[in-house]
Structure formats: structure tokens, C-alpha cells
Write a protein that binds this ligand. Structure first.
Ligand code: PCA
Length: 319
């Protein structure tokens, strides 16, 4: 048989490389555009490496709870993972810049902020053996309630869904009572009365079918937070050079594609909210003023905690 006629070295060269498979946890559900985007990233990597690296996405916190994903990548329980960048703000204020109210409220500003923040984020993650691959913004964050909110005083006493420390601080300063709830658990948290108001994107509002449990949405566009995809650096360094290149190329594509998807979602999902009966209203001048006062207080707290690198990132953004 021909197989046995081949010299041994030729057989070795012809043997396919052993395919590597990576599990990739994300906190967000299948219909979330970020999840669609990372699945495309996985497909791109597989295609570009002829199947030498296969990435399996595990959505909705099914492999690791959100709060554990970063450390799971750090400890190489998984090689790669996605999470909400500003959840790391308790480690360093630089991670939390994109969740500071009214610091960056448009995509242009958010892109500028990411460029300014990235060196500090890369350095902090490198210290933990992690390498960021790409980061994608959510649409600007808006206010969801069961009635029209005319001023901050109307938020007083509301049980308020929060997804990070900054939103918890924001809710507290508004006189509301923050409750941490992960995105996939939003519908249940509302239907059981655990929470009665939230700030999130039109994407997460529409994906949660917010019309089932609340009635009003105001695009206050308070901040434009990001997800980040990180890889364990030792695992990445262990890949063949060609595979590394393919991963970096797919990551750069995913970042560009993700921001475009986000921009398209901002409009489409706001329309979906309205089409399903939610009253979408512009915030009053009084509400905006009150929210901005909260933002100014939070900015002082942020600065008091910020490292020199974080402050330098803020300075570079402000220029
Ligand atoms: N959706 C996610 C994070 C920000 C957003 O728009 C959430 O609500 O948990």
C-alpha cells in the first residue's frame, strides 16, 4: 500500500497537526451581538488555521459565572474568555473608565477613550499573564423604568438592577437600592420583583424583552461600556507562529466588526423597544442635570482611587 511505501519522514510531514480546542466562556446569551461576534471570531480562526485551532463558545455564564471568567483564564482553566471590562474596576480604576457617567457618551468618544485606556489595561492584564485580544462597546446605556422619570428624585427608593460597582454607586447616589443581577437573569429579576428599574443598552433591553415587565425607556446615553476578550499569554505563546497570526488577525477583524454591529444595534434595538410598546422619551433637562451631578461626584471618587497610569489615561483622553 502506498502508505507504507512512503519514507517515514514524509509520513511525519504529511500527518495533520493535532487540532487544539479552546473553550471560551462568556456571560452573555446567544442572541447578544457580542456572542454572535465571538462565534464569528471562532469560525474565522478555525477557517484561517485549517482547523488547527477550534474555539467553542459557552454562552450565558454556562461554563463559569461572570465574576470568575477572568481568573479562569488567568489560571488556565480555560485559555480564552469574554467579560465586561469595568467589572475589574475594583482591581484598578483604569478598568472602570468606560463606566464613568458622561465621560464618553458617543461611539467617537468611546473609541477615543479605549485608545487612551488601552495601554494601562494591557499593562495591568500583562501583570496577570493575560493578553487582551479585542474589546467591543455596548450601545450607550439608557434608563428603563415602569413610568416616566422626570427627575432623579423619581428614582428614589427604586430597587435598581446593577451590573458593576459603578452602577451600584450611581444607583445609590440616585437614592435607589442597587441589586446585582447578571444579564441573562434580568427577566426573572423583574418578574419576581427583585428589581423594578435598570440602566443598560437597547440591546440588552430588547434581548430581555423589557416590554414584558416595564414600560418606559429614556436614552440618557450616560456611558458606553465595553466587553473585552482576553487570552492566557502562556497558552497563546505556545501556539505555532502561523496560528498566533491567524488569531490576531481574526481578533482585529472582530473588534472592527463588533463596533459596527454595536452601532447598528443602537438604532435597531431602540426601534424594537418602541415597536413592542415601550414609551421611548428624551430625558428632561432636569433629569439630565441631576444625572450629571451624580456623574461629577463619581468622577471625584474615581480620581481619588486612580493610579498614576489611570490618571495619565484620563489626561490623554481629555486632550
Ligand atoms: N448590557 C450588559 C452590560 C452592558 C449592556 O448594555 C448588561 O446589562 O449586563
Amino acid at each position: 500500500m502506498i502508505r507504507f511505501a512512503l519514507p517515514f519522514t514524509a509520513m511525519l510531514a504529511a500527518a495533520p497537526a493535532v487540532a487544539e480546542t479552546w473553550d471560551m466562556p462568556t456571560p452573555y446569551g446567544d442572541t447578544t451581538f457580542h456572542t454572535v461576534n465571538i462565534r464569528q471570531f471562532a469560525d474565522d480562526v478555525k477557517a484561517a488555521t485549517d482547523g488547527a485551532l477550534e474555539i467553542t463558545v459557552h454562552s450565558a455564564g454556562s461554563l463559569f459565572p461572570h465574576a470568575e471568567i477572568k481568573n479562569a483564564v488567568r489560571s488556565r482553566q480555560v485559555p480564552i474568555g469574554e467579560f465586561f471590562l469595568s467589572t475589574l474596576a475594583n482591581e484598578d480604576a483604569a478598568f472602570g473608565m468606560d463606566s464613568q457617567p458622561f465621560l464618553a457618551t458617543s461611539y467617537d468618544d468611546a473609541e477615543k477613550l479605549w485608545a487612551a485606556q488601552k495601554p494601562a489595561v494591557e499593562k495591568l492584564l500583562a501583570d496577570q499573564g493575560l493578553m487582551p485580544l479585542f474589546s467591543v462597546a455596548w450601545p450607550a446605556q439608557g434608563l428603563y423604568t415602569k413610568k416616566e422619570i422626570a427627575s432623579v428624585a423619581d428614582l428614589n427608593g427604586l430597587r435598581f438592577r446593577a451590573y458593576n460597582a459603578a452602577l451600584e454607586e450611581f444607583a445609590t447616589l440616585a437614592g435607589a437600592a442597587p441589586v446585582q443581577v447578571e444579564a441573562p437573569d434580568i427577566p426573572q429579576a423583574f418578574s419576581t420583583g427583585q428589581v423594578e428599574a435598570m440602566i443598560t443598552s437597547p440591546s440588552t433591553g430588547a434581548n430581555s424583552k423589557a416590554w414584558d415587565f416595564l414600560s418606559h425607556y429614556s436614552p440618557i446615553n450616560a456611558w458606553v461600556p465595553k466587553n473585552i476578550v482576553v487570552v492566557n499569554k502562556r497558552v497563546f505563546d505556545g501556539l505555532d507562529a502561523g496560528v498566533q497570526e491567524a488569531v490576531l488577525k481574526a481578533a482585529a477583524d472582530a473588534e472592527a466588526r463588533g463596533w459596527d454591529m454595536s452601532k447598528a444595534e443602537a438604532e435597531a434595538k431602540t426601534k424594537e423597544l418602541a415597536d413592542n410598546g415601550i414609551t421611548v422619551y428624551e430625558p428632561s433637562a432636569e433629569l439630565v442635570e441631576g444625572l450629571q451631578e451624580i456623574g461629577a461626584k463619581m468622577s471625584e471618587t474615581w480620581k481619588a482611587k486612580a493610579s498614576d497610569d489611570a490618571k495619565a489615561a484620563l489626561d490623554s483622553y481629555m486632550q
